[in-house]
Ligand binder design. Structure first.
Ligand SMILES: *Cc1c(COP(=O)(O)O)cnc(C)c1O
Length: 262
């Protein structure tokens, strides 16, 4: 086999293994509906995305605009949906809406406004469909409110998005979710898809995802269409499925190891 063939075989194996894990977890949870699988291709080349596409993958995830924009242009497949899952600075909104089907990391009012402006301009150009937005929740801040919370706009003026410090995994405080959801729902060009979270490091993912399920249930009472729950990665997808995840974001168990995230 040549290099491409062996990479294809490897990705096919990994994909089959993860798909089987998903099927078993959904069945164990008594779920008839299998959650959607988003394959996180960050740090891996566009060639891998093409291979994934040939294996039937339609949804890929990226966490940096520069890398995602280049890869989306290189792969140039209109049937592929790109999901932006990383911390997003407002000044990248214009770029992201050119290729992204969804943003899973909406975590502050300033970003909602920036995405709304970017979408208005982009829809004038190509009439694209609404951008699906998940509100990212910081489950390590579940004590109800947090000094500075999600009302801090663009943060303290530093170069890093709020929450992106060492160990920080981003997201709005749970108490900020209703107002952010109303802002997304009230912005033309944006569609409120639901909530997203990363289980806090060193905590029990089942407890974290149960908390997220409760936040989702409250959100759906106000926004009946916003039933999405984006949760579950390579290491905790079973727990996420048990807690009702509708979208899984799986990287390393399909594509293999990548350099440590900066
Ligand atoms: C990288 C990343 C993932 C995928 O993580 P794996 O452990 O490689 O499956 C999921 N969600 C987010 C937000 C990520 O940044």
């Amino acid at each position: 086999m040549n290099t491409t063939d062996s990479r294809t075989a490897q990705l096919a194996d990994n994909l089959a293994f993860v798909t089987e894990r998903i099927r078993r977890a959904a069945s164990a949870a008594g779920r008839a509906d299998a959650p959607a699988l988003i394959v996180v291709s960050k740090f891996h080349p566009a060639a891998d995305v093409r291979v994934l596409r040939s294996l039937g993958v339609a949804d890929v995830g990226e966490n940096r605009d520069q890398e995602a924009a280049a890869k989306a242009a290189e792969v140039a497949d209109p049937a592929l949906r790109w999901h932006f899952i990383g911390q997003l600075q407002s000044n990248k909104a214009t770029s992201v809406v050119r290729y992204a089907h969804s943003v899973h990391s909406v975590d502050r009012p300033g970003l909602v406004a920036a995405l709304g402006r970017a979408m208005a301009a982009q829809q004038d150009v190509d009439g694209r469909a609404a951008l699906e937005c998940f509100i990212q929740v910081d489950l390590s801040r579940s004590g109800g409110g947090h000094p500075g919370g999600a009302h801090g706009g663009e943060g303290q003026g530093g170069a890093l998005p709020r929450g992106a410090g060492p160990g920080g995994r981003g997201g709005a405080a749970p108490s900020a979710v209703p107002a952010l959801a109303d802002a997304v729902a009230g912005t033309p060009g944006l569609s409120l898809a639901g909530v997203m979270a990363v289980a806090p490091l060193g905590s029990d993912p089942s407890a974290a995802f149960a908390l997220l399920a409760g936040i989702s249930a409250a959100l759906v009472r106000d926004h009946p269409g916003a039933t999405g729950i984006s949760a579950g990665m390579s290491g905790d997808l079973e727990q996420a499925i048990a807690a009702g995840a509708t979208h899984l974001r799986v990287g390393s168990d399909i594509l293999g190891p990548r350099p440590a995230v900066l």
